[in-house]
Design a protein around this ligand. Structure first.
Ligand code: SF4
Length: 336
């Protein structure tokens, strides 16, 4: 392994290996070499930049990535996503090395559920089962009974007996959507994703007026004001499948723009328009996801840092609700 000229404190402060790379280096080739040399697998979320998606061994949403992490035989997992996702991979693979290109790739939704406040909330409702969306920290997972993703949330909720009260955390928009879908009156934690909350209903309707044949497709982390106009609502993978198989040729896509890369690759003849946010930008990138770059990905493989490390007691407590999710998803025939 190459030796890095940065100490741990500097690395933690920066969040990534900050070493100059020769502009002449073919990073795609170097990353492929490192994969072989280190028996490493690159798992990338759909919201990563196109170059990272193209070099990844597996691209997916949270459920698919957790399933891949659970079954990989690689020695090193290179997780091109945000911190809670790499943490999930580590929870499932304690003996493997898990690296993340930039440790500061966090998540506003995960941050909206601080551990102490959530513990106090849970203690106020001791008879509730806690279902947590995977977009939360390991501390919140450790306090949960079952984890879910937007792909399997409905099945997970339906697996809980009808008379059992449920706390759903941390996304209030996904929770409100699931209450409508399942008819279960869940107690919602007041968290949200900064990317999905910011879509402008007004601008989306203006786009729809300009493209009357376009279908609006949206992620359930969006607010009801947007979801009510959606022709289809689904997880990132479900949106991708719908866009490819549906007869429509134009789609207004209300989720992070990274997914448009796969949509355009899988359905080159179709038009995908990113739904505009309620600010001056034309599209909506997750600033956390986009902290990862191809250069940082290469450097974290070369130097095997920054690495995800975790307290073993938290890991074991967080593992149980993730395994429960994977079992229910498998039984329901959802991916894997
Ligand atoms: S898109 Fe939202 S939920 Fe996903 S990582 Fe970014 S802030 Fe978190």
């Amino acid at each position: 392994m190459a030796v890095i000229n940065m100490n741990e404190a500097e690395l933690e402060l920066k969040g990534f290996v900050d070493v100059d790379i020769s502009p002449a280096l073919d990073l795609f080739h170097e990353i492929e070499m490192l994969k072989k040399e280190k028996n490493a697998v690159v798992l990338a979320h759909y919201y990563q930049e196109p170059d990272i998606q193209d070099i990844a061994d597996y691209i997916g949403d949270s459920l698919g990535l957790a399933q891949q992490a659970a079954k990989t035989s690689a020695d090193m997992i290179v997780f091109a996503g945000v911190h809670f996702m790499a943490e999930t991979a580590k929870i499932l693979n304690p003996t493997k090395k898990v690296v993340l290109p930039d440790l500061k790739a966090g998540c506003s939704l995960a941050d909206s559920a601080p551990a102490d406040a959530f513990r106090a909330f849970k203690e106020q409702h001791p008879n509730h089962v806690v279902i947590s969306y995977i977009n939360c920290t390991a501390d919140i997972k450790a306090m949960s009974d079952i984890i879910c993703t937007s792909s399997n949330a409905q099945k997970i909720i339906e697996s809980v007996p009808p008379d059992q009260p449920i706390i759903f955390a941390p996304d209030k928009n996904l929770g409100a959507y699931l209450i409508k879908q399942t008819g279960r009156d869940m107690l919602l934690w007041n968290g949200a994703c900064m990317v999905h909350e910011i879509f402008s209903q007004k601008k989306i309707l203006k786009l729809k007026a300009q493209h009357p044949d376009a279908k609006i497709i949206a992620h359930p982390e969006c607010e009801e004001a947007v979801l009510q106009y959606a022709d289809y609502i689904g997880s990132t993978t479900q949106l991708l499948k719908f866009a490819v198989t549906d007869a429509a040729s134009t789609f207004i896509v209300a989720t992070e723009t990274g997914i448009l890369h796969q949509m355009q690759k899988d359905a080159p003849g179709k038009t995908f328009i990113p739904a505009p946010p309620d600010n001056a930008c034309a599209c909506n990138d997750c600033p956390h996801m986009k902290l990862n770059t191809l250069e940082k990905l290469y450097l974290c493989m070369e130097y095997e840092k920054p690495e995800i490390l975790m307290d073993e007691a938290i890991r074991l407590a967080a593992l149980k609700p993730i395994q429960r999710m994977l079992e229910i998803s498998k039984a329901a025939g959802l991916g894997g």
